[in-house]
Design a protein around this ligand. Structure first.
Ligand code: ZN
Length: 196
């Protein structure tokens, strides 16, 4: 059994906030969670990477390469790869399409794992799976720091591990109880500047 992260650790570093938030999806929520602040402290990032590596090592064998989507997955993917002693590669968006970092390719038959910071719908992760498989590689497992999908494994039948299960209430603006109570809404990340 691998140690997990706790919501208290995210709250303590400001990475989890409570209030009234407008999410990028357009929904309202009482909670906001972003991993960037958590990962801004390299020792925390290294620990999270070690925990994910241990969880993956329990679950998947014979991994050749770790792949993460930029930007969110970069730091945690790199730290996980370091802990596993494996090479690391990332994907990025170019003209709206998910592509491998320019100048890199995966080999046919390579066994890859995908590491993310947060999985919500899993949509962008599925795009990464598609481009890697199109090159003949095999995605043998997935992992993220936080699972916000609401289900234990949104990537069935592939194995998936997360360090924190977080499901916060979200509402359509019309149904939002915080709006009804007149609580001012904040759009996280738009005005707020964090000094470290
Ligand atoms: Zn609201």
């Amino acid at each position: 059994m691998i140690d997990s992260l706790t919501i208290e650790e995210f709250t303590a570093c400001g990475s989890h906030q409570q209030g009234h938030f407008l999410l990028s999806s357009g929904l309202h929520s009482s909670d906001y969670l972003q991993c960037a602040l958590y990962l801004a402290e390299p020792r925390r990032a290294a620990r999270a990477g070690s925990l994910l590596a241990a969880a993956l090592a329990e679950t998947v064998s014979e991994i050749d390469l770790v792949v993460s989507p930029a930007m969110g997955g970069l730091i945690i993917g790199h730290e996980t790869a370091r802990a596993l002693g494996l090479p690391f590669l990332f994907t990025e968006r170019a003209d709206g399409e998910m592509v491998l970092r320019r100048g890199f390719a995966v080999a046919s038959g390579q066994r890859l794992i995908i590491v993310e910071d947060v999985v919500t719908t899993g949509k962008s992760t599925r795009e990464v799976i598609e481009i890697l498989q199109a090159d003949g590689a095999e995605v043998v497992g997935l992992a993220s720091m936080v699972n916000r999908s609401g289900v234990p494994n949104p990537f069935e039948p592939r194995p998936y591990r997360a360090l924190l299960e977080a499901s916060f209430p979200t509402w359509n603006p019309d149904d939002c109880p915080l709006c009804r109570d007149g609580v001012p809404i904040a759009k996280p990340g738009s005005r707020q500047i964090t000094k470290i």
